[in-house]
Design a protein around this ligand. Structure first.
Ligand SMILES: *Cc1c(COP(=O)(O)O)cnc(C)c1O
Length: 407
């Protein structure tokens, strides 16, 4: 298969994000081609037989491999500093692939109870049906993770910062713990992206991505990926996804591959905007708490700054002041409904600022107990800050916050 071996070694991440992919076709296109094809014509039956037996000899069928997906995988692996990556249909199917590949009946997983809502349901619910047990622990208390580790623990799974409360956990400490227990550490790097945080360099074994978020960056397609050692990707996950079929569509791979070219500038600019807005929110009379790793008031501010290259990221959560949960919900809805620039939408990592109410959306399918345990109260609002001018986003939030007391 074609490669990009003509690139010199030692290039910076900004360069890799623009340059890594596959070789151009015979036409020499500068913008990468889109290989929108389900199968590939074979030169002869013998070559076809060899490629089916050994997929890295050449493309056959897009459930096994596709050049646009390969280009995406190489670029993401380069950014994460991983030996290899594998694309999946969505972020959740990356987590599904990880579970199917690493776990069997009788195995045990430890993960934070503040993780993404669908992750909690997949691990705590669906995987339970197959005899895989998950213990959910505090995001931030390393001792609680340690106490949950058992002889049959195969995987520690962390997400940092978390959705929506931006709680941070110590990747290096968890990787040491996992390895001492003979387990692997996987990190969901969706919020920080490799621009801010490189989990593999901190000792993690696998990185989980939703390409739907910052990697695409413009809210167009669904995508996901796992990044890790060549051995795990080639020997465990690639044969499995070829059988199970939750592969990344070539079109989506191509969109996200192009999106990654602007990842670093977007993440840095959106994070600058977020810090500006977080500081303003913290000073607003109607706001109860602001959750943003870039603020000194954040409980893991120091760890976050060390682990995320001194940047807080582009996602903020904040709660409105209220006397009761129902009043908190009414006020949060008022703030959301008063916006005219932000989009009311449950996504993140878009260049458009998105605002949502986690308790009734991303965390709406959890029980009230699970929600309380995750700290997702009714007054909480999540803001995934985009590329609009920070003052316009601020004014958009002020519209609802300034008369919140009337609701
Ligand atoms: C969105 C998200 C996922 C799941 O990704 P999809 O592409 O929506 O399946 C996983 N983890 C985090 C932190 C996310 O924000």
């Amino acid at each position: 298969m074609s490669s990009d071996q003509s690139l010199p070694p030692g290039l910076h991440p900004d360069t890799l994000a623009v340059r890594v992919g596959i070789d151009p076709s015979q036409y020499g296109e500068n913008s990468e081609a889109l290989y929108l094809t389900s199968c590939f014509v074979q030169p002869d039956a013998e070559t076809s037989a060899q490629r089916f037996a050994q997929p890295d000899l050449g493309y056959t069928y897009s459930r096994t491999a596709n050049p646009s997906v390969t280009a995406f995988e190489r670029r993401l692996a380069a950014l994460e500093g991983a030996e290899a990556a594998i694309g999946t249909a969505t972020g959740m199917s990356a987590i599904l692939l990880m579970g199917l590949g690493l776990l069997k009946s009788g195995d045990h997983v430890v993960c934070s109870r503040s993780m993404f809502g669908s992750t909690i349901r997949l691990l705590g619910g669906e995987f339970g049906k197959f005899g895989v047990e998950t213990t959910f622990v505090s995001q931030t208390d390393v001792a609680e993770w340690q106490a949950a580790v058992r002889p049959n623990t195969r995987l520690l799974f962390a997400e940092t910062p978390t959705n929506p409360l931006t709680e941070v956990c110590d990747i290096a400490a968890l990787s040491k713990m996992a390895h001492a227990a003979g387990a692997l550490l996987a990190v969901d790097n969706v919020f920080a992206t490799p621009v801010l945080q490189k989990p593999l360099a901190l000792g993690a074994d696998l990185v989980v991505h939703s390409g739907t978020k910052f990697l695409d960056g413009q809210g167009r397609v669904m995508a996901g990926a796992l990044c890790g050692s060549k051995k795990l990707i080639d020997e465990v996950f690639a044969p499995l996804i070829r059988t199970a079929g939750m592969v990344l569509a070539p079109f989506n791979a191509w969109v996200v591959h192009k999106g990654m070219e602007t990842l670093a500038v977007r993440v840095r600019s959106q994070s600058d905007n977020a810090l500006h807005i977080a500081r303003w929110l913290e000073a607003h009379a109607a706001v109860d708490r602001v959750f943003y790793p870039g603020l000194p008031s954040h409980p893991q501010h120091a760890l976050a700054m060390a682990q995320q290259g001194g940047v807080g990221g582009a996602v903020i959560a904040f709660s409105v002041k209220a006397g009761s949960p129902s009043q908190a919900r009414a006020r949060a809805f008022h703030v959301i409904d008063s916006t005219r620039v932000c989009s009311i939408a449950t996504n993140l990592g878009d260049v458009k600022t998105l605002i949502c109410h986690p308790a009734s959306t991303s965390h709406g399918r959890l029980s009230e107990d699970q929600r309380q345990a995750a700290g997702v109260v009714q007054g909480l609002i999540r803001l995934a800050v985009g590329l609009e001018h920070a003052d316009d986003i601020r004014d958009d939030l002020a519209r609802g916050l300034d008369d919140c007391h009337n609701y």
